[in-house]
Design a protein around this ligand. Structure first.
Ligand code: LHQ
Length: 260
């Protein structure tokens, strides 16, 4: 049973809701570990074909719970705290071979912003905003922000956000390429659900393999990327969904993908 998050699977969509709204879903140790557990469950559940992560209330996540941090016993260093929790979580989100939507309903600050960035599809409400809050408390960006942010918005803008801790609006996040869409708050839930449904009906294996090839290519040479494509295309080409896609095209009908 989860205490700090809600986890629900409906129609092949796993939804994880961060649920400490009174603290803008600030992350304590329990919450980070429950998120890890939920993502692992979703990864292993063959009925799940897409994962949505969002926040309850007016925030997505305000990052590390600073009260919790202050009361932390000193036998675990901050580095180990990161290694055991946030680092594992962000790596899992990026390597799960199912699409992950981060539905950013409100403010995403510190590690909360890093986790928002780790989604494959980042959908923001027009009430969302983004803060590299680390510098405001004398820390450096963590939980993947140093790697993810410059790749999404370029080094100039990334370093400015990291060193000023200034708040980025949803509109600027869209203009800078940090999010896929900005959606009016009243339409947010329905629009996220429509994106999730579309992804849940897509060829899941091919989506997962695309994610693997895409992520590997971010750190490889062209020659390496071409080889990864060739290897993974063998795998994709042998799936039932690929056979169905070709068959449906030839029969001039819409394909029905099963995720296998
Ligand atoms: C909070 C928090 C919070 C506790 C709002 N903690 N209560 C670092 C170190 C070690 C290990 C691992 O990782 C990290 C990575 C990090 O994430 S470092 C960055 C940590 N996060 C921050 O520094 C952000 C702190 N929060 C804020 O600056 C503001 O709350 C923002 C700008 C996010 C939102 O501002 P407002 O909309 O004005 O809301 P608020 O400040 O009034 O917050 C609402 C409540 O939530 C409030 O409690 P209260 O009892 O007064 O109603 C806040 O104290 C609480 N809260 N963030 N991170």
């Amino acid at each position: 049973m989860f205490e700090t998050i809600h986890y629900q699977v409906t129609s092949a969509i796993a939804t994880i809701v961060l649920n400490r709204p009174e603290k803008l879903n600030a992350l304590n140790e329990r919450m980070t570990h429950e998120m890890l557990e939920a993502f692992n469950q979703a990864a292993q559940d063959e009925h799940v074909r897409v994962i949505v992560l969002t926040g309850a209330g007016r925030g997505f996540s305000a990052g590390q719970d600073l009260e919790d941090l202050q009361h932390r016993s000193d036998d675990v260093s901050i580095g180990d705290h990161l290694r055991r929790g946030y680092n594992a979580l962000v790596l899992l989100m990026r390597t799960i071979e199912k699409p992950v939507i981060t539905a950013i309903n409100g403010v995403a600050a510190g590690a909360g912003m890093s986790i928002a960035l780790a989604g494959d599809f980042r959908l923001a409400s027009d009430r969302a905003s983004f803060i590299q809050a680390f510098i405001r408390i004398g820390l450096i960006p963590d939980s993947g922000s140093t790697w993810l942010l410059p790749r999404l918005i370029g080094p100039t803008r990334a370093l400015e956000l990291m060193t000023t801790g200034d708040r980025l609006s949803a509109a600027d996040a869209l203009a800078w390429g940090l999010v896929n869409r900005v959606i009016p708050a009243e339409e947010f839930e329905a629009t996220v659900a429509a994106w999730a449904r579309r992804l849940a009906e897509a060829p899941t294996r091919a989506l997962g393999l695309t994610k693997r090839a895409f992520n590997q290519a971010l750190t490889s040479t062209l020659a390496e990327a071409l080889e990864v494509e060739a290897v993974l295309q063998d795998v994709a080409g042998a799936t039932a969904d690929s056979r169905e896609g070709v068959q449906a095209f030839l029969e001039k009908r819409a394909p029905v993908f099963t995720g296998r």
